[in-house]
Design a protein around this ligand. Structure first.
Ligand SMILES: CC(C)(COP(=O)(O)OP(=O)(O)OC[C@H]1O[C@@H](n2cnc3c(N)ncnc32)[C@H](O)[C@@H]1OP(=O)(O)O)[C@@H](O)C(=O)NCCC(=O)NCCS
Length: 173
């Protein structure tokens, strides 16, 4: 992403955030993390964005995925996810995940629904300071870059950080 795209990305992300469909991002935050972002462009201009954050030497997180509503359903979201996965491979990561309210979309991109409890790098480090920590119903979608299938969510496992915290025996704080 170029700095000229920052305002369009922030406006789109925060329009969805106002509908509680994704997390809000400040302009300064996006500017600081501009290297993490990819954008989709057409002749008409900015169509969407996504970010890949590196959490550990083996794990990456797809964040801030947003496609303009008037261009949705045309494969742009999938292309943005693919850009992150390609970049994750180039960086030498082994796993990529997203926390999302649209798990079916990530399933179409090859991800598997898993327990957030099996991503302690996220749930222990960042979820406790997330603004949605007390009302998190986001689902964890994971992709192994070596082609193996992650262990899918079991029926007895909790969904979202809030349920994970309340669930005994998960080891989560
Ligand atoms: C979710 C979102 C990124 C999808 O982008 P998109 O460009 O419309 O998606 P694509 O056209 O690439 O769709 C890829 C596939 O996912 C499916 N899909 C798209 N949105 C879906 C949804 N909300 N639920 C279920 N499946 C969905 C498509 O039907 C398509 O399926 P196919 O493999 O059969 O062709 C977009 O709708 C969006 O920005 N939503 C609001 C913000 C948001 O929820 N972001 C995700 C935060 S993690």
């Amino acid at each position: 992403m170029q700095v000229k795209d920052v305002d369009a990305a922030v406006a789109l992300i925060n329009a969805y955030a106002a509908e509680d469909r994704m997390l809000e991002r400040g302009r300064d935050f996006v500017l600081e993390h501009v290297h993490d972002f990819f954008v989709a462009q057409s002749g008409a201009g900015f169509e969407g964005c996504v970010a890949l954050a590196v959490l550990t030497p083996e794990l990456g997180e797809i964040r801030s995925l947003a496609v303009r509503p008037d261009t949705s359903g045309r494969g742009i979201g999938r292309a943005l996810v693919r850009a992150c996965v390609d970049e994750a491979r180039r960086l030498g990561l082994r796993r990529v995940f997203a926390l999302t309210l649209v798990p079916a979309f990530f399933e179409r991109c090859g991800f598997t629904l898993v327990s957030l409890g099996r991503l302690p790098e996220k749930s222990a480090a960042e979820c406790p300071v997330c603004p949605k920590r007390g009302r998190c119903d986001e689902q964890a979608m994971l992709l192994h870059l070596d082609g193996t299938r992650p262990e899918p969510l079991r029926p007895d496992e909790p969904v979202g950080y809030t349920a994970l915290r309340r669930s005994p025996g998960t080891g989560a704080a």
